[in-house]
Design a protein around this ligand. Structure first.
Ligand code: ATP
Length: 310
């Protein structure tokens, strides 16, 4: 692993090397910077600068028929205010379980979830969520689907204002004219735009996006990535994004966490050094390609370990 890290370092310019100081192996004894792995269970003082999300030393397991399946092991990570963070990890390593814990649907056996410095472990309603499938309500019009999350919030806008806001947003994402349509009348990509708007207009600061483009064909997915970049860069919400696609993670995110096999822990953390606004051409940059190659290798090593342990 050290060799790989050194090769990567040799390849990078001085500027990029500074960034690379932040590429850390959280299991290694030569671990450099970055809080998550050495954070303690004492919450930070609550300040304006408190991260949008701190996952602190979370352990989780499922119990089935007297067997215990350990899924998350001492997993720590953060999402700063207005930061876009991606998670990549082997299939079945525990990514969705982590989202369920952050969303308060499951309680971890140990560890805590903090949002803006407040302990919200096991509390629901603190995040907005966009799942793999758009999950729009088929009996509601597109604009009624967009305003849905706002309706159940205490800080909801009066309906006429909420609808006007939804219509403006729908126009800005190329869906003018579809406000009164029903979900089945839209393509998969269009439905995902609506699901994203619904999450974006929810009052919660933190958005969890769970492989939102995995069900789309390659072309639509690429369109959606470009679209998401633009919309996010205008709004800068705090985002935690699960994807199996390494290129997608590097294109969209400010940082990428690479998870290990189950029970998942943070294997690596990669700072993505490219400026915003970021455009698709960044995927041809040598520093981008090197990071992509390095993450792919880490993932392959995890796959190999998983095969050996069967
Ligand atoms: N409710 C449950 N009861 C028992 N085991 C579960 C439950 N939910 C998930 N698991 C198991 O926990 C492990 C982690 O599942 P999880 O869905 O969190 O992984 P994932 O990384 O999101 O998977 P994928 O990459 O395939 O989406 C898997 O082995 C899964 O079979």
């Amino acid at each position: 692993m050290r060799n790989e890290q050194n090769k990567l370092n040799d390849h990078l310019s001085d500027n990029q090397k500074n960034e690379h100081e932040h590429v850390t192996n959280q299991n290694s004894t030569t671990q450099t910077t970055l809080q998550p792995s050495d954070s303690t269970l004492v919450p930070n003082e609550v300040t304006q600068a408190s991260p949008a999300l701190e996952v602190m030393q979370v352990h989780a397991s499922y119990r089935e028929r007297r067997k215990t399946l350990s899924v998350l092991d001492n997993l720590s990570l953060t999402v700063g205010q207005g930061e876009f963070v991606a998670i990549v990890g082997p299939s079945g390593c525990g990514k969705s379980t982590l989202f369920h814990i952050i969303g308060g649907l499951l309680k971890p056996q140990a560890g805590r979830i903090l949002m803006q410095g407040h302990d919200v472990t096991g509390q629901r309603g603190k995040i907005s969520y966009m799942p793999q499938q758009p999950a729009l309500l088929p009996w509601r019009t597109i604009e009624d689907n967009v305003v849905l999350a706002g309706e159940v919030s205490k800080t909801a806008l009066p309906r006429p204002e909420a609808i006007a806001e939804a219509r403006n947003w729908l126009a800005s994402v190329g869906l003018a004219g579809f406000e009164r349509a029903y979900p089945h009348m839209l393509s998969g990509g269009m439905q995902q735009r609506v699901a994203f708007l619904r999450a974006l207009l929810s009052p919660q600061e933190l958005m969890l996006l769970d492989e939102p483009f995995s069900a789309l064909d390659a072309l639509t997915r690429s369109d959606m990535q470009r679209w998401l970049l633009e919309i996010w860069e205008q709004n800068r919400r705090s985002v935690l994004f699960i994807t199996h696609n390494i290129e997608e993670a590097l294109l969209l995110a400010d940082r990428v966490y690479v998870l290990s096999n189950r029970p998942a822990t943070v294997l690596q953390e990669v700072i993505v050094p490219f400026d915003r606004p970021r455009r698709e051409s960044v995927t041809e940059d040598s520093a981008f390609l090197e990071r992509k190659r390095q993450i792919s290798q880490w993932m392959r090593e995890e796959q190999h370990k998983a095969r050996l342990s069967i």
